[in-house]
Write a protein that binds this ligand. Structure first.
Ligand code: ATP
Ligand code: MG
Ligand code: MG
Length: 376
């Protein structure tokens, strides 16, 4: 069997290795944290992500290289390309590492993003805020996640402080018009090196404090909107010449308009529902794509709601497990628990998720609101 090397050893790598091991592949992950989530189910090289020597070692031990986060150091990416096989290439990383490059690539694929403007000075910010109106969202072009590196500007008096605070990140800034969306959706597309493209069913995503809380599938929107979201994701995968998975986050407005928010060139938290609810999981699909196998069938087998388990949910989860079990029987739902093997249950840290399989999404949502796990 071949060995797949993963840059990064978090939960995405762990679930990829679990799916790929079942298909006969071996895995080795590079991650600085000893006994990282992926290191518990695969081999691990313990070193910093930008350690060139460690990356060379990863390349030597792998037939195929992939990554589980997009902020891969450009020098490391170039080295891996030279010393091993990186089917996803470095272009996709280069594009998705930077919000401005990403937005331009999405537009070039014929897909709409929220109106935006590059900001190079506080005067440009003032001018752009005047054009877009309030509120609007200032974001750093690189390095942001879970809403970090963003400022929702609600009044003109916030402009100097917003500019100064985000400028400290030493990267370009981008201002976006605030989209009064009705729902957030996401679609995960996969593309193989041969150009085959498949999309997973769109998920409806609910965030709490900028962190994903729920993914609801089927999303509660019209068939036409869902088909359109899936079509846009496929167009982006094709337009960017992606290989492997590409996750597409979208805003849906009340009048049915779709705007792409951002992309991630990897498995995505909002695709975890596929593990039990689709014929092929996002992780199997990614392995298939990067190994040049035919893509798997993405048909949804059952309605599902994925709910994230953060650090603060671990104690209630353990405490209420008996109650949650009897409530599950009452609601006729099957909660599938996935934990990532992280040692410290820090506040807001993603520790696991539960895929609640159900007859319909309302039953799954009723179970989630009835348990005392997410009320903290
Ligand atoms: P992630 O953890 O998904 O990578 P991130 O830090 O990269 O998050 P975004 O996805 O850009 O940030 O934004 C986080 C959330 O903020 C979005 O899911 C959405 O709820 C809200 N948001 C971002 N941009 C806009 C916008 N232009 N209009 C309205 N809401 C927005
Ligand atoms: Mg992001
Ligand atoms: Mg996002």
């Amino acid at each position: 069997g071949s060995t797949i090397g993963i840059l990064g050893g978090g939960q995405l790598g762990r679930m990829m290795a679990n799916a790929g091991s079942a298909m006969g592949y071996r895995f080795v992950a590079l991650d600085p944290t000893p006994d990282a989530p992926c290191g518990q189910v695969a081999e691990q090289i313990v070193a910093a992500y930008d350690d060139r020597e460690a990356a060379r070692e990863l390349a030597k031990r792998s037939d195929v290289i992939t990554y589980e986060f997009e902020n891969v150091d450009a020098g490391v990416a170039a080295m891996l390309m030279q010393e091993s096989y990186v089917p996803q290439g470095s272009e996709l990383l280069y594009t998705t590492q930077h919000r401005l490059r990403e937005k331009r690539a999405i537009e070039a694929a014929g897909v709409k993003v929220a109106p935006y403007s590059e900001i190079r000075s506080v005067d440009e910010l003032r001018e752009a805020v005047g054009r877009f109106g309030l509120p609007c969202v200032l974001k750093t072009a690189t390095g942001g996640y879970d809403g970090k590196g963003q400022w929702v500007i609600r009044g003109e008096e916030e402009i100097p402080e917003a500019y100064e605070t985000l400028s400290r990140a030493k990267t370009e800034l981008v201002l976006e018009q605030f989209i009064r969306f009705e729902k957030e959706l996401s679609v995960i597309a996969a593309r193989s090196p041969q150009g085959e493209v498949k999309t997973f069913p769109a998920a409806e995503n609910v965030h709490v404090d900028n962190i994903l809380h729920l993914s609801i599938v089927p999303a509660r929107a019209s068939e036409a909107v869902l088909r359109e979201a899936e079509r846009l994701a496929a167009a982006i995968a094709e337009g960017l010449g992606a290989v492997g998975l590409i996750a597409v986050e979208l805003f849906l407005t009340a009048d049915g308009e779709l705007f792409v928010n951002e992309l991630a060139p990897r498995p995505h938290n909002s695709g975890h529902y596929t593990m039990e609810a689709c014929r092929t999981s996002q992780f199997e699909q990614h392995v298939r794509a990067i190994c040049g196998l035919p893509l798997g069938d993405t048909t949804l087998l059952t309605p599902v709601v994925m709910v994230n388990v953060l650090g603060e949910h671990i104690e209630p989860l353990l405490k209420h497990v008996a109650v949650a079990d009897s409530a599950a029987a009452r609601h006729g739902v099957a909660p599938k628990v996935h934990l990532y093997g992280k040692h410290e249950a820090k506040h807001k840290r993603k520790m696991g998720h539960i895929n609640v399989l159900a007859e319909n999404v309302d039953a799954a949502l009723a179970w989630i609101s009835e348990t005392n796990i997410w009320r903290v």
